[in-house]
Ligand binder design. Sequence first.
Ligand SMILES: [Zn+2]
Length: 333
Amino acid sequence: MTLHAIGVDIGATNLKLALVDSSGVVHSRAMSATPKDPDPKAVVSGIISATTAFWREAQASGFEVAGFGFGIPHFHEGRDWEQKQTNNMPSLEGYPIRPPLAEAFGDSIAMANDVSAAGIAEHMFGRGRGIERMMMVAIGTGVGTCMITREQGLVHFSWDSIGDAGMIIVDPLGRADCTCGGRGCLEALVSGPGIRQRALREIERGRPTVLADVQRAQGDIEARDVSEAARAGDRVALDLMQETGFYLGVALTSYLHIFRPNLFGLGGGVAQAGDLLIEPARQTLERLASPWYLRRLEAIEVAALGKEAAAVGCASLILHPGLYLRADEDPQS
Ligand SMILES: [Zn+2]
């Protein structure tokens, strides 16, 4: 019988739920608003009721659910999954989330950072299939990273992840403020808001660009406007994308030397710019990286799986625990 599990991708805005089988096929899905409350108990009880309702529906349709995997946009630590660095969900900071989840759903539960979960799905069912060492860099509102190897599964040494590697410094002069409180981080420069900031500065400088018209018409601009204008040949937008790819390439070079991946998978909305981002990143890597490491890098590619990747990866933590979890956190052990 095919095993099924429920993946719950807990975003700062939305909860995405998916009933997934061991081949990564999504049998049903649901979305609801993430509860916002200064009391973490209220937030968690909202997550529990949405998940319970989805579980009941799956049972009513004849599916047996082997367990529940949860993804969060930050980190967790310790046996009780204390929530850490919860920038986008501040009420959860320090909250031990495992006990209430175990009370509602039993012991067959798992938790991962959302980018780690998306990376797991990408490694099992997407571009990472068969790849020895894959690093995922997800670029959207923020920048998240994870590293997966065939030997170790999800690599973790800091808060059940490779740490806040999106905060690697790519501008040593620190000219861009970051949401983490630091300056000059990769996230501050290449995230959606980072690209927007740099584009607004160019508009202010008065270089002729279609982006100024877009800003006038829409009242604001976003990263997607910049990649669209670049694709249409706008010089300022092309320079902005070139610069974005350069900063990304600086970070990837350091990651290459530290983690030795064979594949960089790029996820998140900003990565949809594709070659506009990847080409300058690749040129930067070729200029900066040690040839020994560079020879072993097979590709830099946009992730194949889209917005459901994190929920699928969360379910895979339950369905393929041996591949990705340490023995002491395998829900079945
Ligand atoms: Zn930062």
